[in-house]
Design a protein around this ligand. Structure first.
Ligand code: SAH
Length: 247
């Protein structure tokens, strides 16, 4: 087997240990054998979100049902930052963008939230998860964030686990700038970012959020950002101040 660093990374849903054989599905087999034109003996990096990253060898280059064999662990499992992203689904392409960026910027859980002004139709969770897997493969992550089914904001607030700070991105411009608001929290504080839909939060939702004991309202500056921009900006700030963007 070729010992150079594998260029291709694949998420697989199978246990990884030395000698483990991994049967690939049609899509992954097609990608490796037909698209990337790999032959038996080629090295691929694989991860499953539990066992770290492994060097695997393509042991059967079948075009529709290829097989890999796990050879050696290259990296141990690393935890994702204890940061959640809660967002109101928006148009399809922008929702895809949000989940992809959440994965790249780093968070452990993505929770779609239905609010009063949420306009988007039903979410295709499988498709969103496929986007997240692709992002994790591409960005070198060894885990894919959890993706939850959409839930109404009221349910989420009623069931909120209190030690988790609810970073409420509030476009009303009365909140502290996000970096200042987070400065008082120790790195590693469990937190969740909440981003509203294009129509923002309704007055009663905003009131309910302000009255919730876990809420920390924050501002992302004087301009109203699109929800997808707000999600990326807030994730970057939270990661930098609370998360794993450390030296
Ligand atoms: N239609 C609303 C804006 C919604 S923007 C209005 O005109 O007021 C979508 C979401 O992005 C908001 O609900 C909020 O969570 C976030 N957001 C956008 N700009 C923001 C800002 N400057 N500060 C904090 N949050 C912001």
């Amino acid at each position: 087997m070729n010992e150079t660093e594998p260029k291709i990374r694949l998420f697989i849903d199978a246990p990884l240990q030395e000698g483990a054989e991994i049967g690939l599905d049609r899509g992954q087999s097609n990608y490796l054998v037909n698209v990337m034109r790999l032959e038996a003996g080629a090295a691929i990096a694989v991860f499953n979100g539990r066992d770290g990253e492994w060097r695997a060898e393509l042991t059967n280059a079948h075009r529709k049902a290829a097989t890999l064999t796990a050879r050696a662990q290259m990296r141990g499992q690393e935890p994702l930052p204890d940061l959640h992203l809660l967002f109101a689904p928006i148009k399809k392409a922008r929702t895809d963008f949000i989940v992809e960026k959440a994965c790249e910027l780093g968070c452990a859980r993505v929770q779609p939230v239905i609010t009063r002004y949420t306009q988007s139709d039903r979410l295709n969770l499988e498709r969103l998860r496929a986007h997240m897997i692709e992002a994790a493969e591409q960005c070198g992550g060894v885990s894919v964030p959890e993706l939850d089914a959409a839930q109404p904001l009221g349910t989420i607030l009623a069931d909120w686990p209190l030690p988790r700070t609810l970073i409420f991105c509030d476009e009303a411009r009365t909140a502290l700038p996000m970096a200042d608001a987070l400065a008082a929290l120790p790195r590693g504080t469990p937190a969740a970012i909440l981003i509203g839909p294009e129509g923002g939060f309704s007055p009663d939702e905003a009131e309910r959020l302000h009255g919730h004991p876990a809420t920390l309202p924050v501002s992302l500056g004087p301009r109203i950002l699109r929800a997808d921009t707000a999600a990326v900006a807030a994730l970057a700030l939270a990661q930098s101040i609370l998360g794993d963007w450390t030296a």
